[in-house]
Ligand binder design. Sequence first.
Ligand SMILES: Nc1ncnc2c1ncn2[C@@H]1O[C@H](COP(=O)(O)OP(=O)(O)O)[C@@H](O)[C@H]1O
Ligand SMILES: [Mg+2]
Length: 381
Amino acid sequence: MPNPFNPYQPAEGRLFANRKQEQLWFQGDFIPSVVPDNFGTYNAAILGPWGIGKSSLVRQLKYLIADSITEPVAMTFFSCTTGFGSLTGFCSAIVNALRQEALRLSRWDQSLEQEMSQWSWEIHLPGVTASRTRGTDAQSSVSAAEFLRSSLLRLWERAFRAHGYAVVIALDDVNLLQAIDPQALMLLRAVFQDLHMYQARYALVVTGPPDLFSEIRDIAEPVIRFFEHLTLSAFTEADVADAVREPIAAVGVPLTVEDDAIRWLWERTQGHPYFVTYVMHYVFQAAIDAAWSTVRRDHFQQLWPAILARLGRGKFRDDWDSATPAEQNVLRAIAQNRLDQINRGLVTRLVRKGLVTKIDRGQYALYHPMFSEYVQRHDGH
Ligand SMILES: Nc1ncnc2c1ncn2[C@@H]1O[C@H](COP(=O)(O)OP(=O)(O)O)[C@@H](O)[C@H]1O
Ligand SMILES: [Mg+2]
């Protein structure tokens, strides 16, 4: 029996639940914006903390596009990583992927293939060698952007427009590009705005943490306005019910989960999608193994200690270990509600690591009450 609750991969297709408002925006605004004769494409930034469902939503877009459009739309998906090494490396990767996509869509059109093979796909930077690619120097950033702009324009004119395709480019975890080069978002915005001027129908969707734009706010107001912001928050109780019942229905198992059990799960997980899926992964398995036909609150309660122990080994210990000893002291202080004693600089670093959430001015909490419970119970050991 396949387990439809997989906390290790983004949920998409039949396993995707909720996010109705965001899906409506994609269906009603974003997708129509990429068809010809519209007044330019829209761009979106999906924002939210770790595990809230950003990658899932951006992957779901592929299904929305397939469902709702008569117009052909190509979509390329990039998980950003600092492994690109430089903005130059990243731009080459994007152009390469789009080149493959263009050839695929044109069914390996031979004349196009030949033409493309004659284009220069290398970025020629005076004075920049392969061993010096990790550059945040202005020249390499600008050259990378110029390369991206001219390549996308060329691909548009020669391949995508010719075959009637609009192109959606999704950059998951775009903050990792910002980590390589703080100019990354500014340059992307400049490039995509220029493409719009040439009526090249490229739309950009990025994902990132809630503070993606706050660090560049002073210089990047136009970047902020360039994107529709879709900020994801935790599931409501009704959302949790859907996230639990829809995947079970999708695999066709006659298993009922009582409302009371859903409420208990919602309270414990605070509707955090990752934890909902993680818990359900084990509860579903237990239900199949023991041939239950109904899952009740007491089933959850009975399985809870084992699930928490697993989460401790698999997730919370890594979280704890990713903090320095001084930061661990702060985590402990926040878990025990001794907020007056904490060091602001360290808290800021913990917020950036996603381990601490700012609730209000001077008010902080660990990113999830289950992590807080772990820190208090184990004192991090
Ligand atoms: N809309 C959704 N429907 C069902 N499960 C979801 C949904 N969003 C997130 N999840 C679950 O939560 C987990 C984390 O989601 P993910 O999209 O990877 O978050 P993020 O990219 O924000 O870190 C996924 O593995 C999936 O199991
Ligand atoms: Mg993700």
